[in-house]
Design a protein around this ligand. Structure first.
Ligand SMILES: [Zn+2]
Length: 269
């Protein structure tokens, strides 16, 4: 029996070089909270990795696809996943939450011909909470080059789960993620670099120290993080902060018992 409430990392690649060479898979993150299944940022290979997952993950069980921003490593599989969620387009089902610039303007990444497959499309609005099934979602605006980008805070029966997606470090962000039991952070860089709109490991550490989640998980790695060995780096950071910090692996599942959410499921075997 699958655990009640989990986050499964189908891919953990986080920069063009890592994605292009598939040093890590670039698939999205599958989330189940309160029985509601969601997919965040379906990058290249998401449909494949979902179907090859053990047990296989079924797009027909998804209630929504969440797009943090339209960069390719977060959005290339959005159309095929919308179609799969809607049973090949034969029935209208599911929701899509996306930034306005993923849907409008010169360069929308969501094809117009798949949009009627969806029951609803909502553009992220920081003035409100978006609801899907048992989950309330609050978008957090991130500065990330020229594209509209949001982090997400998911409130659920298994607690509060924050996704610090792509974007430059902003110390004010800690307040937006306050109260998260699980904090997932996209950490592209091992060391801080000026003028890069991505989090580095020391900045991720600052956010984790300020938010103090029960568990932090690092993902979306660039080459410097991979060379440094994410597991070792995460363990070192966790020790320094006194907070459990994990580095995600492709296919890794973190269930709600790890972040103190819900009841631990009985272990099999
Ligand atoms: Zn990006």
């Amino acid at each position: 029996m699958p655990p009640m409430g989990y986050v499964k990392f189908l891919g953990t690649a986080g920069a063009r070089f890592v994605v292009a060479r598939q040093l890590r898979y670039s698939a999205g993150t599958w989330i189940e909270l309160g029985g509601t299944e969601l997919l965040l940022d379906p990058g290249p290979g998401t449909l494949l990795r979902a179907r090859k997952s053990r047990p296989p993950l079924d797009p027909l069980k998804l209630q929504a696809i969440l797009l943090s921003h339209k960069h390719l490593d977060h959005s290339t599989d959005v159309n095929v996943m919308v179609e799969a969620m809607a049973d090949g387009g034969y029935r209208r089902r599911g929701a899509l939450f996306a930034p306005a610039d993923a849907l409008e303007g010169d360069d929308p990444v969501v094809l117009r011909y798949v949009r009627p497959f969806l029951e609803r499309i909502e553009t992220w609005d920081c003035g409100r909470e978006h609801a899907v099934g048992a989950v309330q979602i609050r978008p957090v605006p991130h500065g990330h080059g020229a594209v509209e980008t949001y982090g997400l805070v998911l409130a659920s029966p298994e607690g509060r789960v924050g996704f610090v997606t792509d974007g430059r470090f902003d110390p004010q962000r800690a307040a937006d993620y306050a109260g998260c039991d699980l904090l997932v952070l996209n950490v592209v860089l091992k060391d801080w670099k000026p003028d890069v709109d991505h989090l580095s490991l020391p900045q991720a550490g600052e956010l984790i120290a300020a938010v103090r989640p029960r568990l932090a998980v690092l993902t979306h790695f660039g080459t410097t993080m991979l060379r440094g060995n994410p597991r070792v780096l995460a363990a070192g950071l966790g020790e320094r902060l006194g907070i459990p910090v994990l580095a995600a692996d492709d296919g890794m599942t973190v269930d709600a018992s790890r972040w103190g959410g819900g009841v631990a499921p009985p272990t099999e075997g």
